[in-house]
Structures are given as C-alpha cells and as structure tokens.
Design a protein around this ligand. Structure first.
Ligand code: HEC
Ligand code: HEC
Length: 325
C-alpha cells in the first residue's frame, strides 16, 4: 500500500514539474512575460546605456552627442532617434529602431552621407560589447529624440550577436604581427619628425603632435591592426570625415591642396603639406578664392610602403594597437 501511495506522489510531482517546466519554457520564449520588468531587461536602460556609450563602448571616441564629447569623425548623435525617421526613408527600414540596430550590427550596409567607412563592429575586438550592453546602448540612443520603449528594442535581441560572435562566432585570437614588432620602437618612429614615418607632423596622441589631422588618442581601443595597416599603406582607401583634401586656386591663379581647418563667412584656413617638417596654414579671404573642389585623395602621404620597412610598419602598428585611452 505504501508503495503505490509513494508512486502516486512521485507521479504527481512529475506532472507538476513538467507543468512548471513548460510554463517556464513558454514564458522564456515569449520574452520573459513582460510584466514587472523581469531579470531579462534589468540591465537595459538609457542610463546604463549612456555609461557604456561614454565608457566601455568607446562610442564617444568617434561620435559626440551635442555638447557632450568632442569627436568629429562621425555623425553627431544628438536627436539620433528623431533623425533615424528621416534616414529610414532612404534605407527602407520599417522603424527607426530597426535602422539603429542595423547601423550597429552591419555598419557598412548603409553609410551616412559624407562619412567614411570606419565604424567598427562593436561586438568584435577590440571593443567586444556583450549583447546586453548593446541593447542598453540602443536604449540610450532611443532616449535621444525618442520615448522609452524597451519592448521595441527587445524585438531585435536575436539580431545582435554576442561579444565576439560575429561572422560564425569563430574564436578570437589576439593579434600577432607577421614579424616580431616593438611598440616602443613604433612610438619613436611616430614622434620622430626627421625619421621615415614622421606621423607627428600631422597627428596628435595624448596632446603631443600637430593638431592638423585626426587625433589618434585611444585609437587602439576602437580599431583593429588591419585598419592601421590599411590607413598607413592606402590612406585614400577610406577618408575620415572632416579631413578630406581640398584643391583650391586663389585669384592669382596659385593652386593649393590641403585640408580645411577653419571656415567662416569671410575666411578659410587651409593646412598644406609642403614637404618640410611642419604643416603650413594659409588663410584666404573668401573673396580671394577663385576655385575650390574636394578631392578623393588623402593628404596623408601615399608612399609609406616605400619609406618604411616591414619591421618599421609593424612597430608603428603595434604602437597604435597599444593606444587604448
Ligand atoms: C571608429 C569610429 C566609430 C566608433 C568607435 C563608433 N562609431 Fe558609430 N559610426 C561611425 C561612422 C564613421 C558612422 C557614419 C558612417 C556609417 O554610416 O557607417 C557611424 C554611424 C553610426 C550610426 C548611424 C548614425 C546616423 O546618424 O544615422 C549609429 C547609430 C552608430 N554609429 C552607433 C554607434 C555606437 C552605439 C557606438 C559605440 C558602441 C559606435 N557607433 C562607435 C564611426 C564609429
Ligand atoms: C601630411 C600629413 C599626414 C602624415 C605625415 C600622416 N598622416 Fe595619417 N592621416 C592624415 C590625414 C589628413 C588623415 C585623414 C584622412 C584619411 O582618412 O586619409 C589621416 C588618417 C590617418 C588614420 C585614420 C584615422 C582615423 O581617425 O580613423 C590613421 C590610423 C593614420 N592617419 C595614421 C598615420 C600614421 C601611423 C602616420 C605615420 C606613419 C601618419 N598617419 C602620417 C594625414 C597624415
């Protein structure tokens, strides 16, 4: 008798267990039920997202949000959610959130007019944001010109890869240069104005150097070694926004080629590389300019493959890789 009683209890427990299990499974499938916020979306809020945007996510190395941040390489994210309504007329996305998700998951799919293809996949190295952190950043972007709607974000959860999970999720190996490279030697080359590299003639790192061309402080935290190799060997392949080369002829017929450093109603400053150890800044009155056109060739020298040995190239690349803040 006691044996069958135990069996009934055991069977009852099994049925109950199955029932609980199925409920649990079903609520998980439907995204946590949605009442009371659930543990699922606990870390996902505009506030957390903002911290990631200006911290781990490194977004502010390239983007700024109105008055916060100073980067000019990339679109200003002030009111980005409202702007997204305009962008989707071009991209065909069904909602601004879908557009923002795609901008992050596949940044090269649509390039904002006037900007270069430099936006990295932030779930891959070196940034390596987790899926949850990306969802939080999306909540922050949503708060810039839109109303909070975490459910609208969670619909795209499955489109967002886990950290390092892009492109089939292959394992991430730390970068190894094809030959032994020395970041300290690279640093010397970078800052040696008389050496074969002379990067400091145009670039700044940590406030050292000429503030003519993009500031490379912290660049190792947002870009990969492959990007540096390409930037150095084929500078015209991708041109960073705001640093396009401009060809200008003044009213005396003298041609100049450089990048615009200041542009007011009446005057324009052009930074010109004349081959010496410093960049020359020319100021033109607007009425002294005869002709002006943008060019798709970078002002950065195109002959580093001849100027630098392979060892020197990888020394400099490993120095840039080490620039994490
Ligand atoms: C290395 C520079 C760089 C970093 C770092 C970077 N971005 Fe971008 N991002 C860009 C550039 C350049 C564009 C414009 C070109 C394009 O559309 O890809 C862009 C475009 C975007 C857009 C579309 C903007 C619009 O105005 O329509 C979004 C959204 C965006 N980025 C989000 C982010 C977020 C979030 C992060 C941080 C997790 C981030 N980006 C980090 C360079 C960067
Ligand atoms: C004569 C000026 C000049 C010199 C010298 C120069 N650069 Fe540049 N560099 C530029 C300009 C202008 C840009 C932006 C236009 C472009 O993207 O090509 C740039 C862009 C870059 C970028 C991409 C920056 C970004 O924000 O994504 C990297 C990386 C870079 N340079 C590295 C170097 C290194 C390393 C050296 C030295 C070996 C060097 N540059 C020497 C002018 C210069």
């Amino acid at each position: 008798m006691s044996k069958s009683f135990l069996l009934i209890i055991a069977f009852g427990a099994l049925v109950l267990g199955l029932f609980i299990g199925i409920c649990y499974y079903v609520t998980n499938l439907s995204g946590g039920g949605g009442h009371g916020g659930g543990g699922d979306t606990g870390g996902i809020s505009a506030e957390v997202g903002k911290e990631i945007y200006f911290g781990d996510g490194q977004c502010s190395t390239c983007h700024k949000v109105g008055g916060e941040g100073s980067a000019t390489r990339c679109p200003d994210h002030e009111g980005v959610f409202a702007t997204a309504f305009e962008r989707i007329k071009e991209t065909g996305d069904k909602s601004p959130m879908e557009y923002l998700v795609k901008s992050i998951v596949d940044p090269q799919a649509y390039i904002v007019k006037g900007f270069g293809k430099i936006m990295p996949k932030v779930f891959n190295p070196p940034i390596m944001l987790s899926q949850e952190k990306i969802l939080a950043v999306l909540a922050y972007l949503q708060s810039l010109g839109g109303d909070e709607d975490i459910d609208a974000i969670m619909q795209f959860k499955d489109m967002i890869p886990e950290a390092g999970g892009g492109e089939g999720g292959e394992e991430i190996k730390p970068w190894a240069p094809p030959l032994p490279a020395d970041p300290v030697a690279g640093e010397k080359l970078f800052f040696d104005i008389n050496g074969p590299a002379g990067c400091v003639k145009c670039h700044t790192i940590m406030n050292k150097g000429a503030k003519v061309c993009p500031d490379l402080t912290g660049i190792g935290a947002v870009q990969l070694p492959e990007y540096f190799v390409e930037s150095i060997l084929q500078p015209s392949a991708v041109i960073v926004n705001g640093f396009e080369t401009v060809y200008l002829v003044d009213i005396d017929g003298v041609p100049y080629s450089g990048i615009i450093k200041r542009d007011t109603e009446t005057e324009l400053d052009l930074a010109v590389d004349e081959g010496g150890s410093e960049i020359t800044i020319y100021t033109f009155g607007k009425d002294e300019i005869e002709e002006m056109a943008k060019q798709d060739v970078s002002m950065m020298p195109g002959n580093f493959s001849e100027m630098l040995s392979a060892k020197q190239l990888y020394d400099i690349v490993s120095f840039l890789v080490s620039q994490k803040s």
